[in-house]
Design a protein around this ligand. Structure first.
Ligand SMILES: Nc1ncnc2c1ncn2[C@@H]1O[C@H](COP(=O)(O)OP(=O)(O)OP(=O)(O)O)[C@@H](O)[C@H]1O
Ligand SMILES: CC(C)(CO)[C@@H](O)C(=O)[O-]
Ligand code: BAL
Length: 281
């Protein structure tokens, strides 16, 4: 595996791959089995696999965890090497955003509310860096996790609206969330949790499943969401940023379940750690 941190070298390495499709798995590093599932799936869609690791400053708010975000390049390299990844693109911030950088991509609609409201500017940062990653790596296929459901919707909208051809919107694949044995969605930020908080965190998927089954038994959406928030707070969560049911594709808010696919999306904090999750309703 080649680890590359300069764009000119990336372009040469990309050209040297020759024929065959290239799949890209964009990440912020501190890799876990959720990321590795994306890497393994990537191999099923392409002869060559590239992974990017870039903790993107533009998607972090001023008071967020940019400095604390786990960085463990050597361990990540070993995991990717063992999976036979061809290219690791790990640019420094100055390579991604050189002096004078002045362009922003802002996706409206699907980026509004949920994490878009809780983290102003976050999805501009995500859309901008993902567009740059696509242009830098020129992948035929790109893979993302459904754990970041709204992010996936934003990226697909951006690819459709900007007529991206590499990857085309149909080549942006979403994979189901990989979970720990107790149901907690794997996330690099789980490393922030103390042992007690880690135990409490499992209440999130448990309470979400319970809310989904009560809605299935006819409890109104608003009542099920109120119960869900109370359960989380009683279970040790310090606050709930949002708990909403939305149309799974358009992300329009839903106050009652209809014929179309719906999604329950939640963001909640334990201490200062913010966890997100989503499930089909
Ligand atoms: N548990 C998971 N299952 C499947 N995909 C995942 C999982 N966690 C993250 N991903 C996906 O991996 C890619 C890189 O995500 P990222 O590096 O931000 O990891 P993360 O664990 O989500 O970290 P964070 O703590 O920042 O949320 C994204 O497409 C994300 O959706
Ligand atoms: C897609 C991404 C790599 C862009 O920085 C990031 O938001 C993430 O890891 O989900
Ligand atoms: N996993 C999404 C990246 C972020 O939280 O900034």
């Amino acid at each position: 595996m080649q680890t590359i941190n300069r764009l000119d070298e990336l372009r040469k390495a990309r050209a040297a791959l020759g024929g065959g499709k290239l799949a890209l798995v964009p990440t912020m590093g501190a890799l876990h089995q959720g990321h590795m599932a994306l890497v393994r799936e990537a191999r099923r869609h392409a002869q060559h696999v590239a992974v990017s690791i870039f903790v993107n400053p533009r998607q972090f708010g001023a008071n967020e965890d940019l400095d604390a975000y786990p960085r463990q390049l050597a361990a990540d390299q070993a995991l990717l090497e063992a999976e036979g990844v061809d290219l690791l693109w790990a640019p420094l911030p100055a390579e991604m955003y050189p002096e004078g950088y002045a362009t922003n991509i802002s996706v409206t609609g699907v980026s509004e509310g949920l994490c878009g409201a809780a983290r102003p500017g976050h999805f501009d940062g995500v859309a901008t860096v993902v567009c740059k990653l696509f242009n830098q790596v020129l992948p035929d296929v790109a893979l993302f996790g459904e754990k970041d459901w709204q992010q996936l919707a934003v990226i697909r909208r951006m690819a459709r609206d900007l007529d991206l051809s590499r990857p085309a919107v149909g080549d942006i694949l979403g994979l189901p969330t990989v979970r720990e044995a107790d149901g907690l969605a794997m996330s690099s930020r789980n490393a922030y949790l103390s042992p007690t908080e880690r135990e409490q965190a499992a209440a999130l998927p448990r309470a979400m499943k319970e809310a989904i089954s009560t809605m299935g038994r006819g409890t109104p959406v608003s009542a099920a969401l109120t119960d869900l928030v109370s359960t989380l707070v009683a279970g040790g969560f310090s606050s709930v940023d949002y708990a909403e049911v939305r149309d799974a594709d358009s992300l329009q808010p839903l106050t009652e379940l209809g014929a179309g696919a719906a999604r329950l999306l939640v963001a909640a904090r334990i201490g200062s750690t913010r966890l997100i999750d989503n499930m089909a309703v």
